[in-house]
Write a protein that binds this ligand. Structure first.
Ligand code: HEM
Ligand code: SF4
Ligand code: SF4
Length: 410
């Protein structure tokens, strides 16, 4: 049943990609760069993040205003807001904000693609499990980014996170103190959030390296046209709806301006945080703030159960249904000369050369590590002695099939 489901999702995904090929051509179909896209967008986040960092002041009384200084409301004709800020600061912030949404969207797309096409099981469990960790880190880095603005929404999120952490048995209180760096929220809290945000981004790099360990030639750069398309999308989005801070007064003042209304919906931050004054509800960024939507709507316990359950399901996905793994390369002992060609050519380092017993005709024999074998068949082609075969695609059977086809063609 589950296998049938995966077969169906695979054929639907492939059909959908074929439709997109008509629009973009096969060479530039962005869906074929599903893994490369989050990595590409990550570079935008790093460069725009470094620029923002130059002006950011991580203290309770300066954080909001330092972010506001970067991106003062670009309303033509408003003397205060036109005069303040740094040129294109709001656009750089916009690139960071739209890029963050793009990173999450493309990461989820990538995850769905590998899942729907059944490329997440057997030896691919490592890229999958590190992928789950990457997803968690993308979420973590995005959320800590929202905290840095130190607006009413950030304060709301900190309080809700403390509630979530305090519900953890035994360690709850300690975790909550760890989050804010002490008994209450102080300047150190923001220094800590900045550390979480930047440190988390560095860890993403480390995880990407682990993600690639078992992938011989990962497609890690999109085509030039796809690059330009993504670049164009982020720049147009950041140019038309740059990220700004918006106080309630400003929102009222510019309520009639549709662009400000759209910004308030998508990319604007709230009024400055006031410790002790908690807003009733916040604007939820669908990509990063869904856990807090859950906290508000189903409560702390259910939020933990839903998030924990989803993570567990994702982590076990590569191990279900059990792989038949009938096509792992097999070495024919009598024919193997120990020449090492197969182990040199195997892209997944699945073949090791092992010494034979003293007095044997050949010194070594190739041994396949089943857990690493991806059933690609490269070793079969590499062996000059026909000493290694894929049981379900035996070279003799393939040869016979080919001859048959040639005869039919003739
Ligand atoms: C920061 C986020 C991520 C980045 C930058 C990233 C990057 C990549 C790249 C470049 C590839 C190679 C794609 C190819 O060769 O076609 C790849 C493969 C893979 N990724 Fe990710 N990934 C991310 C997140 C995830 C997530 C969230 C999952 C799943 C939970 C995941 C699961 C996989 C799997 C299973 C493969 C192997 C697929 C195959 O061999 O076709 N990745 N990833
Ligand atoms: S089929 Fe051969 S080359 Fe391919 S992974 Fe398995 S052992 Fe390596
Ligand atoms: S290439 Fe063939 S003969 Fe050489 S070590 Fe591998 S299996 Fe043995």
């Amino acid at each position: 049943m589950y296998r049938k489901f995966l077969r169906l999702t695979k054929s639907l995904t492939v059909s959908f990609e074929k439709v997109v090929n008509f629009l973009t051509t096969q060479e530039h179909n962005p869906l074929y760069f599903h893994g490369a896209l989050p990595l590409y967008i990550f570079w935008f986040l790093i460069f725009s993040g470094i620029l923002l960092w130059m002006y950011y002041i991580p203290t309770l009384d300066r954080a909001w205003s330092s972010v506001n200084y970067i991106s003062a409301l670009p309303v033509p004709g408003d003397p205060v807001n036109e005069a303040a800020g740094i040129p294109y600061g709001a656009v750089v912030r916009g690139i960071h904000r739209w890029g963050a949404a793009g990173m999450m969207i493309t990461t989820i797309l990538h995850m769905l693609r590998v899942y729907f096409t059944d490329r997440h099981r057997s030896w691919r469990w490592l890229p999958w499990v590190t992928g789950v960790a990457l997803l968690a880190f993308v979420l973590f880095v995005g959320l800590t980014g929202y905290l840095l603005v130190w607006d009413a929404r950030a304060y709301y999120i900190v309080v809700a996170t403390q509630r979530l952490l305090e519900a953890v048995p035994v360690a709850g209180a300690a975790l909550s103190r760890f989050l804010v760096g002490g008994d209450g929220i102080t300047d150190y809290t923001l220094t800590r959030f900045l550390f979480f945000h930047v440190g988390g981004a560095v860890l993403i790099f480390l995880l990407v390296w682990m993600h690639f360990i078992r992938l011989k030639q990962p497609v890690a750069t999109p085509s030039r046209a796809t690059n330009f398309m993504v670049l164009g999308f982020i720049l147009v989005a950041a140019g038309t709806l740059p990220a700004i801070n918006i106080t309630r007064e400003l929102l009222q003042k510019y309520a009639a301006d549709p662009r400000i209304a759209a910004q308030a919906l998508y990319v604007a931050s709230d009024a400055p945080a006031q410790i002790g004054t908690l807003v009733d509800t916040i604007r939820y960024d669908a990509w990063y703030m869904f856990p807090y939507w859950l906290v508000q709507n189903v409560g702390v316990t259910w939020t933990w159960l839903i998030l924990g359950g989803a993570t567990l399901l994702l982590c076990v996905a590569p191990f279900y249904p059990k792989d038949r793994r009938a096509n792992i390369a097999e070495v024919i002992e009598a024919k193997c000369t120990g020449c090492t060609f197969c182990s040199q050519d195997c892209p997944f380092e699945a073949i090791t050369m092992v010494d034979r017993a003293p007095g044997s005709k050949f010194k070594q024999i190739a041994v396949v590590q089943a857990a690493r074998c991806s059933e690609c068949g490269i070793c079969v082609g590499a062996c000059p002695f026909q000493a290694i075969e894929l049981p379900e695609l035996h070279s003799k059977t393939l040869e016979a099939d080919l001859l048959d086809l040639v005869k039919k063609g003739a």
